[in-house]
Design a protein around this ligand. Structure first.
Ligand SMILES: [Zn+2]
Length: 73
């Protein structure tokens, strides 16, 4: 377990935000956030991606991309 896939009181997994690096030409007009999250009722952990702290999109993952720990099950 690492800081990106740690267990929290609120979520089964609620990790530290990833450090996002800008690509060449990135216009710094919005703030992206990404982190790993898994609620108690969620079947799989996901990587959440949010813009300006608003509603997020996500995709499912089976392993932590930082430490390789198997997530869920
Ligand atoms: Zn991890």
């Amino acid at each position: 377990m690492c800081k990106y896939c740690k267990t929290t009181p609120l979520f089964e997994i609620g990790g530290t935000e990833f450090e996002l690096k800008p690509t060449a030409g990135f216009k710094n007009d919005r703030k992206y956030s990404a982190w790993i999250m898994k609620g108690q009722a969620d079947e799989k952990a996901g990587i959440m991606i949010s813009t300006n702290g608003g509603n997020a999109v996500y995709f499912d993952i089976n392993y932590c991309p930082q430490c390789g720990r198997k997530l869920g099950d």
